[in-house]
Design a protein around this ligand. Structure first.
Ligand code: ADP
Ligand code: ADP
Ligand code: MG
Length: 449
């Protein structure tokens, strides 16, 4: 096992990784930007190294500085968390070249799955159902028109290098296509440095269902069941739950086996998530694979009892998975609400400032993963997610009641948050009935999607 791990991230996920390391007896090195000197992850790690000024490009995305920090501190492995370098093959390669273990899959798997159009082709070849669409990326405007009229509108344009719900555009009719292509290409170029797009048939009011899997370097795989992430705003997840009330044991088995088939096909080792859309008929389609730990992993931990971070570290050290498929049982129901610094009454404008006071909920079945504390000054440079509130209940009804109770208890003063908005969603009768889809927000809430 590793003696020391460097965490190439910030915020709640850096803390989550440090906690796993502490329980495993592994020393930790935090990195931080000049704006994050007072961050909790810096205080919690055994060592901390400043890697540059506030902007991400100069610190958390400063590859030479991060690799140097690992070398100087003698860290044997780097955990990338999510976002940042977690899905960049070149970073995994740089680690390898410096004899540092990258805690994630091998670079070739990251590269293959990171190109979403190629990932779809790979999934289709492995026998996993995919969403109908362009073969690979869109080669020309004429080709786009041909594919769209063959499939029928609406269609979706997606950046092949996209992520985080960005670089996506719905096209409702032929006369919107040329303009949408131009804008989406420019947006993808600006956001991801790669303007290539692919096209998909728009699945109407689907559910977003994803499978958590973990593989070790000896060819063993397990899946930990599904998460439902249908509650989204602008293609970004807001609430996640496990299990999904729309997934039967038969669908779970099929989805899980398909995810493992794909992982096996690309020699995938470590934790990963295969995302699907599930339509009203119960048919599911591969959407993409995230080759990293996900924001919403705690709901799976809550219903399976498996510590996903510890398994990640364990398999990266070359050990076998500590559990096998037959050991995995889903117990109860878990829900996560993402608490974000934004103002729901002002079109979700980002909110920065100082947390003047904070009173967090607690009690049975409650978990909060966060980096904020009373007096913490939120730097304006980074992601606006402040905390993840996760509750467990014996069933969905119990979990919803507990989430309502917790959201009502949660007080964060000094900045605006979406806590009241989350409470509105959780209290919506359609949510309570489990009638969910990715159009829930535009259809069931009085806010635009
Ligand atoms: P990202 O890489 O940004 O996570 P995804 O491909 O996972 O992008 O898509 C993000 C979200 O967009 C999905 O969760 C879903 O709500 C929506 N979406 C993506 N593709 C389709 C599609 N073909 N039809 C309907 N909704 C889609
Ligand atoms: P998850 O699939 O883990 O729920 P999200 O899509 O919500 O992941 O992304 C996790 C975080 O990382 C979010 O804060 C999102 O904005 C960011 N993110 C994910 N992928 C990218 C990307 N390719 N570029 C920029 N930010 C990203
Ligand atoms: Mg996705």
């Amino acid at each position: 096992m590793f003696k020391k791990i460097l965490i190439a991230n910030r915020g709640e996920i850096a803390i989550r990784i440090i906690r796993a390391c502490k329980e495993m007896g592994i020393a930790t090195v935090a990195i931080y930007s000049e704006a994050d000197r007072n961050s909790l992850h810096v205080r919690m790690a055994d060592e901390a190294i400043c890697v540059g000024p506030a902007p991400n490009k100069e610190s958390y995305l400063n590859m030479p500085n991060i690799i140097s920090a690992a070398i100087v501190t003698g860290a044997e492995a780097i955990h990338p968390g999510y976002a940042y370098f977690s899905e960049q093959a070149s970073f995994a390669e740089a680690c390898e070249a410096c004899n540092i273990k990258f805690i994630g899959p091998k670079a070739s798997a990251i590269e293959l799955m990171g190109d979403k159009a190629r990932a779809k082709e790979t999934a289709a070849k492995a026998g996993v159902p995919v969403i109908p669409g362009s073969k690979g990326t869109i080669e020309s405007e004429q080709a786009a028109f041909r594919t769209a009229s063959k499939m029928g509108y609406p269609v979706r344009l997606k950046a092949t290098a996209g992520g985080g719900g960005r670089g996506i555009r719905v096209v409702n009719s032929e006369d919107e296509l040329a303009g949408a292509l131009r804008i989406a290409t420019a947006e993808a170029e600006a956001a991801f440095g790669n303007g290539l797009l692919y096209m998909e048939k728009e699945i109407v009011d689907p559910r977003h269902i994803e499978i958590q899997l973990i593989g070790d370097e000896h060819g063993n795989y397990i899946h930990l069941g599904e998460r439902e992430c249908s509650i989204q705003r602008r293609n970004q997840k807001l609430i996640e739950e496990a299990p999904s009330c729309a997934v039967t044991p038969a669908i779970r088995k099929k989805m899980g086996e398909a995810a493992i088939k794909l992982a096996r096909a690309v020699g995938y080792a470590n934790a990963g998530t295969v995302e699907y859309l599930l339509d009203k008929r119960g048919d599911f389609y591969f959407m993409e694979m995230n080759t990293r730990v996900q924001v919403e992993h705690p709901v799976t931990e809550a219903v399976t009892g498996v510590d996903i971070l510890k398994e990640q570290i364990l398999v990266a050290s070359g050990a076998k998975l500590s559990i096998s498929q037959k050991d995995i049982k889903i117990h109860g129901h878990a829900i996560e609400c993402r608490i974000i610094a934004e103002d729901p009454s002002n079109n979700f404008a980002p909110s920065v400032g100082t947390i003047e006071l904070m009173a967090a909920p607690g009690g049975m079945g409650v978990r909060i993963d966060t980096h904020i504390y009373g007096g913490y000054q939120i730097p304006p440079y980074y992601d606006a997610m402040l905390a993840k509130l996760i509750v467990w209940g014996i069933d969905r009804k119990d979990a919803i009641a507990r989430m309502k109770r917790c959201l009502s208890e949660y007080e964060i003063k000094g900045i605006k948050t979406n806590i009241s908005y989350q409470l509105e969603i959780i209290s919506n009768p359609y949510f309570e009935k489990g009638e969910l889809s990715t159009s829930f927000i535009p259809k069931r809430m009085n806010t635009e999607g």
